[in-house]
Design a binder for this molecule. Sequence first.
Ligand SMILES: [Zn+2]
Length: 336
Amino acid sequence: MHPNDPVAWPHGARCAVMLAFDFDAETLWLARDPANAKRLGVLSQGTYGAKVGVPRIIETLDEADVPATFFVPGWTAEHHTGRVESILRHGHEVGHHGYLHEWVDPQDPAREEEIFLKGLQALQRTVGVKPLVSRHRSSVGLRWPSKRIAALHRLPIRSVLAARCALRCAPMAARSLRHLIRDATLGYRSPAWEASLNLMALIDKHGLRYDSSLMDQINPYHHVLADGRRGPVELPVHWSLDDAPFALFSVKSPRTIVSNEQILAVWQDEFSEIYRWGGLFSLTMHPQVMGRPSRIALLRAFIAWMRSFPGVWFARGAEIAQAWTDACLSNRGIAP
Ligand SMILES: [Zn+2]
């Protein structure tokens, strides 16, 4: 299997769709300038994401019956705990997104690890999600019970929540499917997609299983660690599949806010070709951007449009990373 070949997605799906929401809230503005802590108007843009954006997005995802991944900075989890709990309660995945949305300093690896841990610990302390470190873990990546993963692949999100008690526990642990969704943070997305050379070792060291910060592929791939082991799975991203370049406005660096039609044109063109390639359509959104009324309408319409294609698999990042690992195992020795 060549890295550019169509991926063998679960159940014969042609294309995987990862809907990701970076729940930065006020951290986006605090990280840009600490003085923004005293600028209520600037901060209120981020607050909107927590007050209105997240609940409207959850409502839209519920209506469409599709799962999503929310990458959450530790500060956001501390200050908007109820909102992050609601994300988990509705069956979505919570991933790690730094602490205060700090850009990494490649010259200061100790500080980088300190921030990494601070964010991870905040997620665990506030909403109870933590890395799923298992003694069954191996260098190939995720080692989730296959029965559970099969169930996740097969069931729409409401069915997952309804049927979780009916599923038998798999051998790795006595955790239920509910716990798997609610208790684990398995993915990392670096703030502003800035990543140091040290990042993959950090992700591996602290028990996370995938990263979603780099732009060098369409399909997922495994990182290779310094000792030659397979490291985290990468779920690639790109600015063209991010709402921020189209609609995140800042007085200090103003840009035109474009129409839904313009955003839709780019996203549909990208999707159509990624679908043809059999790859991963990884869409990044922000509650403070996508939670605006017209953008919620865009989200609803775009999900419906993607669902009109046969064989589209909507999944959380952890499921996609697992599916990629499974595909690699079934192509032993030749997968990236
Ligand atoms: Zn962010």
